[in-house]
Ligand binder design. Structure first.
Ligand code: NDP
Length: 299
C-alpha cells in the first residue's frame, strides 16, 4: 500500500515507518524539515517531501492512506502561548491536509488521524470506551477540535479513523524514558496518589493498530489505542521496579510535581481508564496486552 505520513519524523512516526516498510508498504513522509531528514538512516527508504507540499513536488494522488501525527509536543510548560501552539499546530496541519483532499491533490481511501485518550478528561473511577463523551480540560478541548477537523475528510468520501492514543511506551522518546529514570537512580516510587490510571500501549501495537485500521473498513470514527489491561500508577511503578530490579519506595508527592511541571502535571497526577473496545471487536490482537511483558520487551 502507498501511505503518506505527516508528522512522521517523531517518536511514533519512526516506529510506524519501520513497521510499514517491514510489511512492504511504500511511504511518502511529509516534514517541515524534509531536507534535514534526508540523510537520517531511519528515512533512507522513504520519499521525503517538504510540508506543506508544492503541487508539482510529488504525485500525491496515488496515496491510498494518509496518517496524520503532526503536532507541537505537549511535553512543555503549558503557558498560554504554548497552549495556543499545541492547539493550532494540530488543527491547522489537519485543515491543510483536508484542503489537499478537497482539491483532490490527495485522494486517499482512509485518513488515520492521531488523537489522544485525553479526549475523555480524567477520572479515578470511570471506565471510558469509544462511546464515552468528552471531558472538559485543556487536552479534551484540543483533541475535540483536532478530531472535528479530521472529520471533514468524510465529506470527500474518505474513511476517517481517529486513533485516541494512550501513553505510548517505546525505546527512544515518549514517556517511558522519563518514567524509568528515577528507578534507574534507585529513587523510584509512586507519583501522586498512585490511584490514577495509566492507559498505556506498546509502540509496536500502535504501529500495528494503525496498519490494521488502514486496511480494515470496519474501523472508523474514534478508536481507542490502549492496551486492554490499563493499570493504576502504583502498579505501573511497582512493575517498572520489578522489571528493572530496583526498589519502589520514594514517593513523589502531587504538590511537588505540580510545582515542577505546572498544569502539565495533570498528565501524571490524573489519568483515565480506557478500553480498546473497537479494536478488540474488529479482531485486533495486541502483541503486548500486559504491562510486564511490554516493559520486559522495552527495557
Ligand atoms: P512527536 O513530538 O515525536 O512528533 C510529532 C511530529 O509533528 C514531529 O515529528 C514534527 O514533524 C511535527 N510537528 C512538531 N511540531 C509541530 C508544529 N508546531 N506544527 C506542525 N507539525 C509539528 O510526537 P509523537 O510521535 O510522540 O506523537 C504523534 C502524535 O500523537 C502527536 O500529535 C501526539 O500529540 C499524539 N499522541 C502521542 C502520544 C505519545 O504517548 N507519544 C500519546 C497521545 C497522543 P516535522 O518537524 O518533521 O514536521
Amino acid at each position: 500500500m502507498r501511505v503518506a505520513i505527516v508528522g512522521g519524523t517523531g517518536f511514533i512516526g519512526r516506529a510506524l515507518i519501520h513497521y510499514l516498510l517491514e510489511q512492504g508498504d511504500q511511504v511518502v513522509l511529509f516534514s517541515r524539515s524534509a531536507d534535514v531528514y534526508r540523510t537520517v538512516p531511519d528515512f533512507k527508504h522513504v520519499q521525503l517531501v517538504s510540508w506543506p507540499p508544492q503541487r508539482e513536488a510529488v504525485s500525491l494522488a496515488e496515496m491510498e492512506a494518509v496518517v496524520n501525527l503532526a503536532g507541537e509536543t505537549i511535553n512543555q510548560r503549558w503557558n498560554s502561548k504554548a497552549k495556543k501552539r499545541i492547539l493550532s499546530s494540530r488543527v491547522e496541519t489537519t485543515r491543510h491536509l483536508i484542503g489537499l483532499i478537497k482539491e483532490q491533490n490527495l485522494n486517499p481511501k482512509v485518513l488515520i488521524n492521531a488523537s489522544a485518550v485525553g479526549y475523555y478528561g480524567t477520572s479515578v473511577e470511570d471506565v471510558f470506551t469509544e462511546e464515552s463523551g468528552p471531558g472538559a480540560d485543556f487536552l479534551a478541548e484540543v483533541t475535540q477540535a483536532w478530531e472535528k477537523e479530521a472529520d471533514q475528510a468524510a465529506h470527500y468520501g474518505v474513511r476517517v479513523a481517529k486513533m485516541r492514543l494512550g501513553v505510548v511506551l517505546g525505546h527512544k522518546g515518549g514517556a517511558l524514558e522519563k518514567m524509568l529514570l528515577p528507578y534507574r537512580l534507585f529513587v523510584g516510587g509512586t507519583l501522586g496518589s498512585g490511584q490514577q490510571w495509566v492507559s498505556w500501549v506498546h509502540i509496536r501495537d500502535v504501529a500495528r493498530a494503525i496498519a490494521f485500521a488502514m486496511v480494515n473498513s470496519d474501523i472508523q470514527g474514534p478508536v481507542n489505542v490502549t492496551a486492554p489491561h490499563p493499570v493504576r500508577m502504583t502498579t505501573f511503578g511497582q512493575t517498572v521496579a520489578k522489571v528493572l530490579g530496583r526498589p519502589h519506595w520514594l514517593p513523589a508527592p502531587g504538590f511537588a510535581l505540580k510545582l515542577l511541571l505546572g498544569e502539565m502535571s495533570d498528565l501524571i497526577l490524573k489519568g483515565q481508564c480506557v478500553k480498546p473496545d473497537k479494536l478488540l471487536e474488529a479482531g485486533f490482537k495486541f502483541q503486548f496486552p500486559h504491562l510486564e511483558e511490554a516493559l520486559r520487551d522495552l527495557v
